[in-house]
Write a protein that binds this ligand. Structure first.
Ligand SMILES: Cc1cc2nc3c(=O)[nH]c(=O)nc-3n(C[C@H](O)[C@H](O)[C@H](O)COP(=O)(O)OP(=O)(O)OC[C@H]3O[C@@H](n4cnc5c(N)ncnc54)[C@H](O)[C@@H]3O)c2cc1C
Ligand code: FES
Length: 557
């Protein structure tokens, strides 16, 4: 597409402003000019919000002496200042009647720090414009000076903070086409059980997983949205301005999205499914939970051009190939995302070890990344993909059907007992696979799991707390002055929510640390407490999303 037809095409709602400016006529109609001014003003407001948020993040980080977050916030302030300066200049220049293409070029210059000059007056045709442009130049320059001065002061402040070890930079690129030809991926073996997920076949071990990314908070822009299956979409996010991603991450880590919904910020975590080898963008692959709050919002409301407030990366469910020479990845449904990041990363680097992916989903219609996996398997002889459909429907399927079994795992990976295994999928599938791995003599220390949140299966009737007594425990929330009954299996967070006490949370699986609260008295236990340091535990901090009360408890919330 291009040429005249493109020129006449009305801009899509979220089309980036720069191409719109470049494509507009030199003398646009008043309505068209107003539309461009409105779009630039919208960008200006977004930049202003990002700047305010980054300032807040910096103040908070400095107050608690968190050098890592402070570094990220300072970088965000610099980026947002640049963006704000450029958008202010663009709004004013457009209002003053400057040709859109000249505005775009000035914007580009400011964004790329080529020069902070005022827009060229060559195309201004009226005396009034000269005056406005002169004012603009003064305004733009004073803004740039303020931004520069702010940056200088922040840099001085940051200098005084302790430095962190920089994250390991990612390497090469690798993006397999999304449209490789269909081919059946056989699942060897037989059997059936479990619920609605997982299956597989694999090869070897593992390596350690040191989180590579430093925590970051800022805005990423939706650059593309892809349909993966009937209820799964991939969102490609990039840094505004087309810069490289402002952080690095380890394969398997996740981001937390902070979404403004119904007057509050709602947080959810999503794995970065793409490879850290790719530095220009990252991808989140999201399954729609029909009755969920955030995933339908992402599917239905988020579009190309939207900015999303994210924090991260976080998570320890990672493998970069450095700690073992074989990895077995077992996934079910959308639980394939962290495994896919690992797989993409390892194949991108032509990792010489053995990679086995055992994947289960309901039908071929639910097979996420199928074409890419087929493509990668053809190119990488060390990659073995074994898929099974728990129900035969959709396209013709010549591979295995039914649920995964220990026998199928053993058939796929005969030496499974000595390999490192990563498992991610729906809770019933994970429980079943863990039992099978135990049956196959895989040591627990070799098994790494990630849960996408709490188990939402129906609980047994609530009669007691984890103490084993018949009486439920009680939780008193000291600051809000409320109390709740903590039924068996209920977390402190759920107890708080049941009486309207708000405790911040995101992953609800013990890994992000959002829900840290102080235990004033009583005793709790955690199934997962990855987000707590030894010092924090000793100081009485707990993770509300994981904490199960053993006695009556008092919480500082
Ligand atoms: C580390 C991590 C990584 C993740 N990565 C991904 C990923 O890559 N892709 C992905 O799609 N998801 C991922 N998730 C899950 C994701 O964060 C969300 O939990 C998911 O998208 C559902 O959010 P929601 O707001 O749409 O649904 P919610 O509103 O949270 O509800 C989820 C589902 O549970 C049901 N439900 C809610 N509360 C209860 C209850 N008390 N009892 C019974 N049922 C209930 C809802 O009806 C709905 O079906 C990840 C989670 C974590 C922790
Ligand atoms: S919500 Fe993430 S650790 Fe509790």
């Amino acid at each position: 597409m291009g040429g005249m037809g493109d020129m006449m095409r009305p801009p899509a709602a979220h089309e980036p402003l720069y191409p719109q400016l470049m494509r507009a006529p030199r003398e646009p109609s008043q309505a068209e000019r107003q539309r461009l001014v409105d779009r630039a003003a919208e960008r200006q407001r977004t930049a202003q919000r990002a700047l305010d948020g980054a300032h807040r993040a910096l103040s908070e980080a400095l107050a608690r002496g968190d050098a890592t977050v402070a570094h990220g916030a300072a970088r965000d302030i610099a980026l947002a200042s640049d963006e704000l300066g450029a958008t202010l200049q663009a709004v004013a220049a457009l209002t003053a009647g400057q040709a859109p293409a000249d505005v775009a070029l000035s914007w580009l210059r400011v964004s790329m720090s080529l020069t902070a000059q005022a827009p060229s007056p060559l195309h201004a045709t009226r005396g009034f414009h000269w005056t406005v442009l002169a004012l603009l130049a003064m305004f733009g320059l004073s803004f740039v000076w303020i931004a520069w001065d702010r940056r200088r002061r922040i840099a001085a402040l940051i200098e005084a903070l302790p430095q962190q070890t920089p994250a390991r930079a990612a390497a090469t690129d690798m993006t397999a086409p999304r449209t490789a030809a269909l081919a059946e991926i056989p699942f060897r073996g037989k059997g059936a059980e479990t619920s609605q997920t997982a299956a597989h076949n694999v090869d070897e071990t593992v390596a350690a997983s040191a989180p590579a990314g430093l925590p970051w908070r800022g805005v990423l822009r939706v650059a593309a949205v892809f349909d993966e299956t009937h209820d799964v979409k991939t969102f490609r996010l990039m840094a505004p301005g087309g810069r490289p991603l402002p952080f690095t991450y380890a394969p398997g880590q996740y981001l937390t999205l902070h979404l403004p919904m119904e007057g509050a910020i709602v947080k959810r975590s999503y794995t970065i499914a793409s490879s850290p080898s790719q530095r220009d963008y990252l991808e989140l692959t999201v399954k729609r939970e029909p009755a969920g709050r955030v995933s339908p919002y992402l599917h239905d409301r988020v579009a190309v051009g939207d900015d999303i407030d994210v924090s991260g990366p976080a998570g320890r469910f990672t493998f970069d190939g450095s700690a073992a020479n074989c990895i077995v990845l077992i996934g079910g449904g959308v639980g394939i995302t962290p495994l896919m990041s690992v797989l993409r990363h390892l194949t991108a680097h032509a990792w010489p070890g053995r990679i086995a992916l055992l994947y289960a989903c309901r039908t071929t219609d639910d097979f996420i990344f199928r074409e890419e996996l087929e493509y990668l398997q053809r190119r990488h002889p060390n990659l073995q993909v074994v898929a099974t459909m728990t129900r035969g429907r959709g396209h013709a399927w010549m591979g295995a059907e039914g649920y995964p079994t220990a026998q199928r795992i053993r058939d796929a990976v005969p030496d499974i007992a000595t390999q490192r295994v990563h498992v991610c999928g729906p809770p019933p599938m994970m429980d079943a696979v863990l039992a099978m791995l135990t049956e196959l003599s895989v040591p627990r220390a070799n098994i790494y799991i990630e849960k996408f949140g709490p188990d939402k299966r129906p609980r047994p009737p609530a009669t007691s707390a984890a103490s084993g007594t018949d009486a439920p425990a009680s939780a008193r929330f000291a600051r809000s002055g409320r109390a709740a009954v903590v039924a068996s299996g209920m977390s402190v967070l759920e107890a708080a929510e049941s009486v309207g006490v708000g405790i911040d949370n995101a992953c609800r699986s013990g890994t992000c640390g959002s829900c840290k609260v102080k235990l004033v008295s009583g005793s709790v236990s955690h199934a997962v407490d990855d987000a707590l340091s030894a010092d924090e535990k000793a100081a009485g901090w707990i993770l509300a999303c994981q904490a199960q009360a053993h006695t009556d408890v008092v919480i500082d919330a």
